[in-house]
Design a protein. Structure first.
Length: 654
């Protein structure tokens, strides 16, 4: 096999604008809070073939409100409807859990921030630890981290440590090599099947397959109409036999688009057998194992997203070098549209962040930007971690989300950390019934992404996007990008808490409101909906006098209801453009945000976890009763007020 080292085109760290000088804290108030110190760092074998989210939902609901005008803490109590349960309990059996806390926060709002003593303690992640002082003042930074709101639709960013991802991708690797295995003419295209060794990841003393080998398919249309290329990052199993025929879908897309179309497989290489265990690992199990090693040993080269990203970049290198040869017509390419699903969607994000050749990115079903906030939200809604993410729980990843090691790791792999580089067109396709991610996870990152950007949630399908038209959407947007065609634009906002308003610059063919109700839990996973015998339902919407479309965000008599609006426009070759708003859940409440001991039940044991903090002599900020200014003391009386409200045993009385 001929070794052909290439110089990757990697963005310089000089292009990154992340830094403490640009970081601000948007808390429209000037108060001093005491939170645990960790809160200051949050959010942020060889070739082988809008309204504040309540803290919780007791009948008498309280939250500490930071008034921007008087900068005082108020205990605001709101009576909920008679349909609210006496106590917020899990609809699932209680499960034994490790000690530790994910922490959580509430969505920011333009005129104030919502916080609570329980929330602050929970967000700090230090169960059993006394919180230390941290200052939050006006527009000042927080520990070198930009915190936009407390959590919610906000993001905290920390600079990626030393450009580790860029350095790893750019580092020359003697294992890098490739060869063309066969040429197969097709209808309207010529297909090339190549084998690529992208790198050596770790060594034989640690893993059975240190050299990563990939199948790389390249289809060149008979008539090219674009100098850009399409690259799809795919998975697969290294132990599978080589297919006898060139993939017809890749060839068909090249013919249809008039552009070079490529697909790189086995990202990551799998299965992998690590030498300190006997089992083989695939997919998330590889990533979770790698994160554990990286956080335990402080070695970033363990992080699986690094070799996954390098594999995609090397794929682009090989496509360019192979086609530049005169035998293939000396084709010069001018950029790549990169797409991938799930872990490969994650890889697509990171590839776009480090390689300037990416002209557009289309990640599918990887709804986890602002990763820490996303998984806090996951637990706060379910009261458990879904089976789809059990690989991470098994490696104690979630239990360590507030550790400094997690800050360090997420700064390298959370795509939102590279938001300032993601200025190319973006089309995000997610499942509204994903087994991994909640459908309203967009709230933690979408507003932080620069334009141009478009979003789609696909109803009535799971993480696989099976039996959906999602790929038609990808093709439609890809064709538009290749041809420089104008794509419809749209925007949305929530008015008066319960009205979703959508505006467009072109008249859609169809506008629909999609809703689904779970009467017992804040859970819209496809398997859950099937068990309930329900599904997303659509209702057509008509434009108002001003051309805008409005839909009501309604609360069900019991349980939770999710909503989003979908817009369909005419697209190329009969493939329509389909875009949606984000998903909104009503009531906008999280049943297990107060489940500090993570046992699936909100009860007196959860009060115990933060009682020491509540009664600490320096915790004057929790003196909130009987008046806004408190009575000058922090004592058992204050704890009683909290407990009564928290546990819904009675209404607090002065």
């Amino acid at each position: 096999m001929t070794r052909k080292p290439l110089r990757p085109k990697v963005r310089s760290m000089a292009a990154s604008r992340f830094g403490s000088s640009s970081m601000i804290s948007i808390f429209f108030c000037s108060i001093e809070m005491r939170l645990p110190d960790p809160f200051s760092n949050l959010f942020c074998p060889r070739l082988r073939a809008d309204r504040p989210t309540p803290l919780c939902r007791p009948r008498s609901q309280g939250c500490l409100y930071i008034d921007p005008a008087v900068a005082r803490l108020h205990w605001k109590t709101r009576l909920l409807s008679k349909n609210d349960s006496l106590r917020s309990k899990s609809p699932f059996p209680a499960r034994a859990r490790r000690g530790g806390s994910l922490g959580y926060g509430t969505p920011g709002r333009t005129d104030a921030a919502i916080v609570s003593p329980a929330l602050a303690w929970y967000a700090g992640g230090g169960l059993g630890r006394r919180p230390e002082r941290m200052h939050i003042r006006g527009w000042s930074g927080i520990g070198g981290v930009a915190c936009l709101g407390l959590l919610g639709a906000a993001v905290c960013t920390v600079s990626a440590p030393g450009g580790v991802l860029e350095d790893y991708v750019a580092r020359p690797d003697p294992a890098f090599c490739w060869q063309c295995d066969r040429i197969q003419p097709g209808l309207g295209y010529t297909g090339y099947a190549l084998t690529l060794v992208s790198q050596q990841w770790r060594n034989a003393a640690e893993v059975d397959r240190p050299e990563w080998t990939h199948r790389l398919y390249v289809a060149v249309p008979s008539t090219r109409t674009s100098d850009q290329a399409l690259l799809y990052i795919d998975g697969g199993d290294n132990d599978d036999p080589l297919p006898s025929a060139f993939p017809a879908d890749i060839g068909a897309l090249a013919w249809l688009s008039g552009a070079v179309t490529a697909a790189i497989e086995m990202v990551p290489n799998q299965p992998l057998y690590f030498t300190d265990e006997s089992r083989g690992r695939w997919e998330d199990a590889i990533i979770a194992y790698s994160w554990d090693k990286a956080m335990t040993h402080g070695d970033p080269n363990w992080i699986a997203q690094l070799p996954m990203t390098k594999a995609a970049v090397r794929g682009m290198d090989v496509v360019e070098a192979f086609l530049a040869d005169s035998a293939q017509g000396a084709i010069a390419l001018d950029g790549f549209i990169v797409a991938g699903a799930s872990k490969r969607g994650w890889t697509a994000w990171l590839t776009a962040a480090v390689d300037e050749r990416v002209t557009a990115v289309m990640p599918l079903v990887i709804d986890l930007l602002n990763t820490r906030a996303s998984f806090r939200h996951h637990y706060a809604a379910y009261g458990f971690f879904a089976p789809a993410v059990q690989d991470y729980e098994a490696m104690s990843i979630f239990a360590r989300l507030n550790d400094p090691a997690a800050d360090w790791l997420l700064a390298m792999v959370d795509p939102l950390q590279y938001a300032d580089r993601l200025d190319m067109p973006k089309y995000l396709i997610n499942s509204a019934c994903d087994e991994f991610f909640l459908p309203d996870s967009w709230r933690f990152y979408y507003d932080q992404l620069p334009g141009p950007k478009r979003l789609r949630y696909v109803p009535n399908t799971g993480h696989s996007l099976a039996n959906s038209d999602a790929m038609d959407s990808v093709i439609a947007l890809g064709l538009a990008q290749l041809r420089g065609a104008a794509v419809p634009d749209y925007a949305w906002e929530v008015l008066d808490v319960d009205r979703l308003r959508v505006t467009t610059d072109q008249t859609p063919q169809e506008v629909r409101l999609w809703t689904v109700t779970n009467p017992v839990a804040r859970d819209f996973r496809w398997e859950t909906l099937l068990d309930l015998g329900t599904a997303w339902q659509e209702v057509p919407l008509s434009a108002g006098p001003d051309g805008a479309y409005e839909a009501a965000l309604t609360e069900p008599a019991s349980g939770y209801r999710a909503h989003f609006v979908e817009l369909t426009f005419a697209g190329p070759f009969g493939r329509p453009y389909a875009f949606t708003t984000g998903v909104y859940v009503r009531p906008d409440a999280l049943p297990f945000v107060c489940d500090y001991d993570m046992d699936g039940i909100v009860d007196i044991a959860d009060v115990r976890w933060f009682a020491e903090s509540w009664l600490a002599p320096e915790s004057d900020w929790v003196d909130v009763w009987p008046t806004a200014q408190g009575d000058g003391r922090v004592d058992l009386y204050d704890l009683r007020v909290l407990s009564d409200t928290f546990l819904n045993t009675s209404e607090p009385n002065p």
